[in-house]
Ligand binder design. Structure first.
Ligand code: SF4
Length: 360
């Protein structure tokens, strides 16, 4: 099939094989790839809206026993700069976010073996009791696996107890690139790709929606990026449990791994191929935190239909050298500037017409 025919078929929703995905990723001119991804996005979401969620990220501990080489945030156990928030400190941040209209909180941190499962249960129960309108979209597969080790429980049992305590959904963090060669090189102590997928499957079967992420631009090949998309697409075929895909690029500046930062064009190309390859994912999110708002705006023409969250407070990506921030008004203005209509959603893509826009 010619490249043009392949792009046309993908824009029309036809499934790409692995080889076809690699081919268009490598060979398609950027604008043609973007046009196909945008056509597909408009076919999936014909309305002119672009959604976003009012949320905050609370990085409750920087103590971590996983030691990823691409991470500038963590401190090993016993390090003088290691810190863990108290429940009161976390709740103070939830209050601050809720006062600004947040409907979602992402409590995420390192894998700190000093924290027991009960610590999270009590925290989540308190959030649910004091802020019942704020959804707990929190932790990551790494933290779930860490808790399972500490408690000598299965990951499924950990998820069930957290769900009972109030956790509603599991973010897709910590996937990086779901290829064993890459994991061994950049995060040898992290969960293996099949384990990451296994915990996601368990959460989804338990009725917890999840997202899926990808951190690209470290040491992986283009083929390995498509492999990552491929295993996610397979699991989504099986469970339909992913709400959205969120690719973001590695920020190298203060990390042990170092390397270079992906360019804006690489970012847009990755978004477009993601939109076309992941034919069974409803939403593609523009992760403006690393590329910044201006590139985030351009992402809306490369397959994205969602601007992610306001991320009122975030530390992990900032510690790696990113300096991007946004207010609700700024997020809405870049959506309006691109010719779309900003609409507030919750974690599960329910539209929240009852929450006023900052630009209203
Ligand atoms: S990325 Fe997460 S798991 Fe890896 S070292 Fe940093 S905090 Fe720990």
């Amino acid at each position: 099939m010619s490249l043009a025919n392949l792009l046309e078929a993908a824009a029309d929703g036809r499934r790409l094989s692995f080889d076809q995905g690699v081919r268009i990723y490598k060979e398609a001119p950027l604008h043609e790839l973007g046009a196909a991804a945008h056509a597909r996005r408009m076919q999936m979401h014909p309305a002119d809206r672009v959604t976003y969620v009012i949320d905050t990220t609370i990085n409750y501990t920087n103590v971590c026993n996983v030691h990823c080489t691409f991470c500038a945030f963590f401190r090993p156990e016993g390090h003088g700069e290691g810190h863990t928030m108290t429940h009161d400190q976390v709740i103070e941040r939830v209050r601050f976010a809720a006062d600004q209209g947040a409907t979602q909180i992402m409590i995420q941190g390192g894998v700190n073996p000093a924290l027991r499962l009960e610590w999270f249960e009590r925290l989540f129960e308190r959030v649910r009791r004091e802020y019942p309108h704020v959804d707990i979209h929190s932790l990551s597969v790494s933290e779930i696996v860490g808790l399972a080790h500490v408690e000598e429980l299965s990951t499924r049992d950990v998820l069930m107890r957290l769900k009972t305590a109030g956790m509603k959904s599991l973010p897709g963090a910590g996937a990086e690139i779901l290829v064993e060669r890459v994991r061994k090189r950049i995060s040898a102590r992290k969960v293996k790709p099949h384990e990451w997928l296994g915990v996601m499957r368990e959460a989804q079967i338990l009725g917890m929606p999840t997202t899926a992420t990808m951190m690209f631009g470290s040491i992986e090949t283009l083929e390995e990026r498509i492999e990552h998309l491929d295993v996610l697409r397979d699991l989504q075929d099986e469970t339909s449990g992913f709400t959205a895909f969120i690719p973001w690029y590695y920020v190298p500046f203060k990390t042990p791994l170092r390397g270079r930062e992906a360019s804006g064009l690489e970012y847009l190309r990755m978004l477009a191929i993601s939109r076309l390859y992941l034919d069974n994912f409803a939403h593609l999110q523009a992760s403006w935190l690393t590329p910044g708002l201006k590139l985030g705006q351009l992402a809306l023409f490369y397959g994205c239909d969602d601007m992610g969250g306001t991320i009122i407070e975030e530390q992990v990506v900032h510690d790696a050298g990113s300096t991007n921030e946004a207010t609700r008004k700024q997020l809405e203005e870049i959506v309006l500037g691109a010719g779309f209509r900003p609409v507030i959603r919750d974690t599960y893509w329910n539209l929240r017409d009852d929450v006023a826009l900052a630009t209203a």
